[in-house]
Design a binder for this molecule. Structure first.
Ligand code: XIL
Length: 352
């Protein structure tokens, strides 16, 4: 059997098996905030317990890497939807929705894109990508991260956008163009601008919120189709959430009729206490503070964590602990046992 056929069959079998389990979403009131997780395509195939946990807890999934350019665009003329299709099949079989991540980002770009030069060529490449990818899933992916991480690390004055291929070739209008192309491809989709480091106390966080607000306001003024801001929510556990700052930011967005959602929640715990119980409490506290601060102004349309189990998390790629203990940034531990972070999320999801 070809690997792809094998994968389809095993996923179908797996989906059937997990459907025998009490379906979490069946008993859930419809007004709750959907909870979901980023999913790794390899673990989805290889790990039965992982599929089971996703099916039990999630109403939403998003591919952690499977819809990024480096996966979808092996070459200029090829589109590869294998990973996206695989996760969408799993979502369909388990009564979940899938989000799209991400159309325009400086990261995960295949090498061949460095030969894109000039405004015309860049706009053509952007339009082809967005039309094809959003078009492929028209009517099947209800929410897309159109722009990811557009704000400079440390924005100052008019220098508030991060340099990337699109900005360098098309100028700041690249953001508006991307939203318009996505809306053309599927007018029904929630179109999101997604950003990190906008949650905590500190000057840089505040400047980043203000810079993002400016971008969103500009898009609105120009009549561009933008519907929501995504808080990535990669929270640095050692910092407090800026509750007032977050609430007033969300209120300003609401006044422009722009929703919010949490797209990539995890708590980076390399500088938190060693004791696991204590660490888990701090983590749940940060999550509660963020969700409360957002909800005080406007409840999020969705809450997604960047993975569901500490077994599969990107955090140790950058934030290992000096004491050699493993990171615990996600709602389930390595054995799929729920931690206080999961309870905190579920409390919020239920009380919408
Ligand atoms: C990360 C993935 O989790 C890693 O596995 C991958 O190697 C790099 O990208 N912000 C984002 C996500 O928007 O796409 C990133 O995902 C994490 C930071």
């Amino acid at each position: 059997m070809r690997r792809r056929d094998f994968v389809q069959v095993s996923l179908a079998v797996a989906a059937h098996a997990v459907l025998q389990m009490p379906a979490a979403q069946a008993a859930v009131p419809s007004r709750r905030i959907p909870y979901g997780s980023a999913v790794r395509g390899d673990a989805l195939v290889d790990d039965y317990d992982y599929r089971t946990a996703l099916a039990e807890h999630c109403q939403l999934v998003v591919p952690e890497g499977g819809l990024k350019w480096e996966v979808v665009r092996p070459s200029e003329d090829r589109f590869d939807f294998y990973e996206g299709d695989k996760l969408l099949a799993f979502a369909d079989q388990n009564g979940m929705k899938m989000r799209g991540h991400t159309l325009i980002w400086h990261g995960a770009m295949p090498g061949w894109t460095s030969s894109i030069h000039g405004a015309k060529a860049a706009e053509k490449a952007m339009s082809k990508h967005i039309h094809t990818v959003v078009g492929q899933y028209k009517g099947r992916i209800p929410s897309w991260d159109v722009i990811n991480e557009a704000i400079a690390d440390d924005p100052r004055g008019s220098d508030h956008l991060r340099p990337n291929l699109w900005f360098e070739n098309m100028g700041k209008g690249y953001i508006e163009t991307a939203f318009r192309r996505a809306s053309e491809a599927d007018p029904q989709v929630q179109l999101v601008i997604n950003e990190y480091d906008i949650e905590c106390v500190g000057e840089t966080y505040k400047n980043r919120r203000n810079a993002l607000l400016r971008v969103v306001r500009d898009l609105r003024d120009r009549g561009a189709p933008i519907h929501a801001v995504g808080f990535q929510g990669h929270l640095k556990g050692q910092y407090e959430i800026d509750k007032e700052g977050v609430s007033s930011f969300v209120a300003e967005l609401k006044a422009m009729d722009v929703d919010v959602l949490v797209t990539e929640l995890d708590v980076i715990d390399n500088l938190l206490p060693a004791d696991e119980k204590e660490r888990d409490q701090v983590i749940a506290g940060r999550v509660t503070d963020l969700l409360q601060a957002i909800s005080d102004a406007n409840p999020p349309t969705a809450i997604l964590t960047w993975g569901i189990t500490d077994r599969y998390t990107w955090v140790p790629m950058w934030f290992t602990r000096d004491d050699g203990r493993l990171n615990r940034p996600l709602p389930l531990d390595r054995d799929y046992k729920a931690k206080p972070m999961m309870d905190a999320i579920k409390r919020f999801a239920a009380r919408a």
